[in-house]
Design a protein around this ligand. Structure first.
Ligand SMILES: O=C(O)[C@@H](CO)OP(=O)(O)O
Length: 248
């Protein structure tokens, strides 16, 4: 059977995106704007005639609720769902809960960008038991030594690719249209993997909230259009530069 279509959907704006705070694994809800973005994402799916057969999400409510709102708008709220921590946002370590602008002012451009966009430099680890740590969160109780206290993008690739290969690729190979509801940095990790983007070039790639990104893949899982296709390219371009400029 032909390989199915893949659609990546970053959650709509969260209340912490709106406040410009590093979020990572903190389970913040969507803002009102983010809720509207999620519904519009579903409208774009419907208008493009894309009918997801299965949805994969992280364990975080902004991705779970975005995927649900989008599927509801596309009249596909009934499809099977699989959720896994491996699709979670990158763990932002001790930066979780910190203001991006203040962090930039305190540590300077170079350190700020190393933490935010370098491939292999993680922020300092979060302290166990501190306000924005997830070490006591019951949804991660089974992770044991896998529970991160900080992550760089490379760590996200390492934990995400096994899930891609074991859970998502089989759905695609069965001819299904797969929606992934996830996050800015977990989707950057997946796009890096799919498009073969270099460790240095990935720093320049940003993913906008709430705009579906469609990939058609060959049998070898190579994108037929490198970088995929946003269902609303103009809105995506504007939103991408806004993400890139956060903190400024
Ligand atoms: O705070 C975060 O978790 C992420 C995504 O919102 O931010 P950034 O784009 O700075 O990596």
């Amino acid at each position: 059977m032909a390989i199915g279509t893949l659609v990546l959907l970053r959650h709509g704006e969260s209340v912490w995106n709106a406040q410009n705070l590093f979020t990572g694994w903190v389970d913040v809800p969507l803002s009102e704007k983010g809720t509207a973005e999620a519904i519009r994402g579903g409208t774009l799916l419907r208008e493009a005639g894309i009918l997801p057969d299965v949805v994969h999400t992280s364990l975080q409510r902004r991705a779970i609720n975005t995927a649900h709102l989008a599927l509801d708008a596309a009249d596909r709220a009934w499809i099977p769902v699989k959720r896994d921590w491996r699709l979670n946002e990158r763990h932002y370590g001790a930066l979780q809960g910190k203001d991006k602008k203040q962090t930039l002012a305190e540590f300077g451009e170079e350190q700020f960008m190393l933490w935010r966009r370098s491939y292999d430099v993680p922020p300092p680890p979060i302290e166990r038991g501190s306000e924005f740590s997830q070490d006591a969160d019951p949804r991660y109780a089974g992770l044991g030594a896998d529970l991160p206290l900080t992550e760089c993008l490379k760590d996200v690739v390492t934990r995400l690719v096994p899930y891609w290969e074991s859970e998502i690729v089989p759905d695609l190979r069965a001819g299904r249209t797969v929606l992934i509801g996830a996050h800015g940095n977990s989707l950057r990790a997946l796009v890096k993997h799919l498009d073969g983007i270099s460790d240095s070039d990935i720093a320049g790639l940003n993913i906008p909230t709430g705009i579906p990104l469609r990939y058609d893949l060959t049998e070898d899982l190579a994108p037929t259009t490198p970088g995929g296709t946003y269902l609303d390219p103009d809105a995506a371009a504007a939103a991408i530069s806004a993400v890139a400029n956060q903190g400024r």
